[in-house]
Design a protein around this ligand. Structure first.
Ligand SMILES: CC(C)(COP(=O)(O)OP(=O)(O)OC[C@H]1O[C@@H](n2cnc3c(N)ncnc32)[C@H](O)[C@@H]1OP(=O)(O)O)[C@@H](O)C(=O)NCCC(=O)NCCS
Length: 211
């Protein structure tokens, strides 16, 4: 299956062979939508949290955008049942990863480079309080600059949401860095609204949409 997105771009199901590209795209868009390479001392860890496990645990809802000249230049990843996804990622993916990555400890002032990610691997923040129950799916979307601003993100996220809705999922939530104003505007254009609720972590931003 490949969806023609125009301009030579296609959307297709992601596979194991895309893991390097998923990790690279996650890194290149990991600082509130901008390149996080300069910040990280381990370029793979950010993708090991926000991208690869989605393809491994929910392959039916993992898609990449590809172009003959640019290669894989974007992804949209979904978890239809966040509660289940967090249970599985804890018991499988993180359990394995923790044997390879050392916990830098709780003192944030001592953290350097990718220590924030090492800490998160050992102490993940599973945010799924009651206010998010009507939006049981969650996901991530990131496109390299070469693919941005062409309507591809909108097409890809709508495609993912149609796949989720076809499986009777009732809605989706997306965590956004509040500093990433471009992404907030993008989700707004796609009909998402910011969720205001007491049970969400302070300073966080969750955009939600019912199907
Ligand atoms: C955010 C992102 C997914 C949007 O995808 P995109 O293909 O660039 O966006 P589209 O071209 O489909 O735009 C769809 C709509 O959102 C708006 N939009 C998209 N990016 C925007 C931005 N940075 N600032 C303002 N509006 C934006 C577009 O103007 C368009 O509105 P319209 O329907 O009125 O024309 C993509 O730019 C990206 O991956 N950015 C870097 C990583 C990132 O921030 N990911 C999100 C993390 S939460």
């Amino acid at each position: 299956m490949a969806l023609d997105m125009g301009g030579g771009f296609t959307l297709r199901q992601a596979g194991d062979e895309d893991h390097d590209a998923l990790a690279m795209i996650c890194l290149k868009t990991g600082d509130a939508g901008k390149d996080a390479s300069a910040r990280e001392d381990d370029p793979l860890l950010i993708g090991a949290i926000y991208a690869l496990p989605y393809q491994v645990i929910e392959p039916l809802f993992a898609f990449v955008i590809e172009h003959p000249d640019h290669g894989v230049c974007g992804y949209v990843l979904g978890a239809p049942d966040t509660d289940r996804f967090y249970r599985v990622i804890e018991q499988t993916w993180y359990r394995t990863l923790r044997t390879k990555v050392a916990d830098p400890g709780p003192d944030m002032r001592a953290w350097r480079g990718s220590d924030w990610a090492r800490r998160l691997i050992h102490h993940p923040k599973y945010v799924f309080p009651k206010s998010l129950y009507p939006y049981p799916a969650h996901g991530h979307i990131d496109l390299l600059p070469v693919a941005q601003g062409k309507g591809l993100g909108g097409t890809a996220l709508r495609f993912l949401m149609a796949q989720l809705a076809a499986r009777r999922v009732t809605g989706i939530h997306l965590g956004v860095d509040p500093k990433n104003t471009g992404a907030v505007r993008f989700y707004d254009r796609l009909g998402f609204t910011p969720l205001v609720a007491d049970d969400l972590p302070k300073g966080s931003l969750y955009m939600v949409k019912s199907f």
